[in-house]
Design a protein around this ligand. Sequence first.
Ligand SMILES: *Cc1c(COP(=O)(O)O)cnc(C)c1O
Length: 383
Amino acid sequence: MYEKIIAFIRELYGNKPFIPLSVPRFIGNEKKYLNECIDTTFVSSVGNFVDRFENDMAVYTGAKKAVVCVSGTNALHMALKLVGVERDDEVLTQALTFIATCNAISYIGAHPVFIDVDKSTMGLSPDALKAWLVKNAEIRNGQCYNKNTGCRIKACVPMHTFGHPVRIEEVANICKEFNIELVEDAAESIGSKYKGLHTGLFGKVGILSFNGNKTITTGGGGMLLFMDEKLGALAKHLTTQAKVPHRWEFRHDYIGYNYRMPNINAALGCAQLEHIDEFIADKRATAAAYAEYFKNVDDIEFFIEPKNSFSNYWLNVVVLKDKEAQQQFLQETNDNGVMTRPIWELMNRLPMFEYCQHDSLANTIWFADRVVNIPSSVRMGIS
Ligand SMILES: *Cc1c(COP(=O)(O)O)cnc(C)c1O
């Protein structure tokens, strides 16, 4: 039934026997920089590439400070700590996200609350957020509380799904109105911008991921982004065991974390970042080719970047007619060497998070029944 689509995707990716969903590309200084680490013995927690990657990423994103972490999940954990989330607080987020978002909230002993997404972005809906807060929240002593549970609502974590920015300005304004801290999960949206500003910079903290399947990779890794330099400096301190600088003494002034990215991973990041503009241009060209192709396909929509946004098109999305069509499409493509995936199992359906509060999640469920990710790797240089 989907032979033509499968043939189109195969051709786009050079008719290889197997077309993966998203794989890294190493076309630059990766080997050179990794060799430098080994030759100088600086493979671990000390080395120039860590500082360089942080500085280069701050310049690239426009952040005042960028702090590397060993993973995006760790970065999220640290971000929530930094904005003051504590045990038994509630954190508003999406059911349509990767598990890392909810795991990080749980590490603190806080509770996720799931708010619906927008049809136009697949990310947190400011309308749904406002409606939920108006119904359930009250401000006491300058803090936002849930009227039903009595818990403090401390933070909101929107996620820029598959690289498409959410209506982040509106989300930020609602958070301000209700005294809620905004932490952006921009793990998937490196290079994506809303009204010209890089995603991750709209709240106090934003995070990125450099996992192997993301737009650029450090093997594994993550990053915290700040517009507030002092908070960024505190993050650096806390992610490096909170050691007070001294030539030989070991003194620590907080409970710190060993969340620092090793120099070899940062070396990979520096080399990858040198090509990010080409990677994103390439991914956008692939998305444009898909968009053009799917214009003439009945009952399948190719998902286009939302209004006011520049998307990195990390993972391309098609929206099928219904769940049955989605399952059929997944079966046929995967049977024929074209890797495709449905959206993650919704967070509220996982045993650990079944207990969590949520709104109707109408759009969330609509997407879960229809979305399929199709091959999205950078194509430059393949033949
Ligand atoms: C990739 C990702 C993360 C972070 O994952 P790590 O593998 O820990 O780097 C967090 N949130 C979302 C939505 C992601 O896609």
